[in-house]
Design a protein around this ligand. Sequence first.
Ligand code: XMP
Length: 319
Amino acid sequence: VWTPENIIEESVRNIRRQVGKDKVLLALSGGVDSSVVAALMHKAIGDQLTCVFVDTGLLRLHEGDQVMATLARHMGVKVIRVNAAERYFDALKGVTDPEEKRRIIGHLFIEIFEEEAKKLEDVKWLAQGTIYPDVIESAAARTAKASLIKSHHNVAGLPETMRLKLIEPLRELFKDEVRKIGLELGLPYEMVYRHPFPGPGLGVRILGEVKPEYAEILRLADDIFISELRKHELYDQVSQAFAVFLPIKSVGVMGDERSYDYVIALRAVETTDFMTARWAQLPYEFLDTVSRRIINEVKGISRVVYDVSGKPPATIEWE
Ligand code: XMP
């Protein structure tokens, strides 16, 4: 019978049999799949596993610290955190095209990951959080965007160039099964049931050129939106929600003074497959609360708008 305990027990046996005494490397993104692989592999082979977590500067508020607190400090997983924000912002300077941004972010990730991997000795395996739907999807015809998504998220191509063998312990599991295993392994509910977050992160939620000061503003606004969703028990009712930074200025009044600041767009959607989606009809009162908080608390923002576009024709992300 399928129970999380059974699956974990069997996976642990398989992992041990497969890798023996070899060392294993894992690119930890902080997302559900790679976190569950990290916890599972750690249970199976302990310190033979090393994770590399790249802080791109394009993560959400406190995300890097949370990953380190949960996996490294709390669970005892060996995690190397690479603070690469400056490299990302340098590489993205002057770049405005969304696909070009994706390409740069993806390539830089692979470059940094390879640099870290080279510092480690005798690594034989690369673990990846591929799940069953990924396997199906890569067998089917894919759009350019989808293949980019994969190439960033699952670091395709890495095992060949690094001469590593690939181990994918979640390959036969669906997302809900991965989540149940995650909980059973002791990962926090909030981490296991977090909305999806794109590989390029805030890089595609800051429209046009990505600048550190924009990322700073966006992180704060996004955190207000998400924590209010949680507080009002709306988070689990929507499939994905986030803030988008618009690098355009609009006029406002703050006290007696005129302000001239940037705009934040809020996006929340309901979907089962992410191929089509409806905009979430969040209560007006709720939107009002979020808007007031963002304008009052986040310096540099004078206007908040709510995205009422369905997919299709709009995509879920703005870029
Ligand atoms: P769109 O915007 O295409 O998004 O309607 C559908 C889902 O895919 C996510 N997404 C990405 N995920 N790398 C990723 O890992 C990407 O480049 C990327 N672009 C979109 C998006 O967040 C949504 O869940």
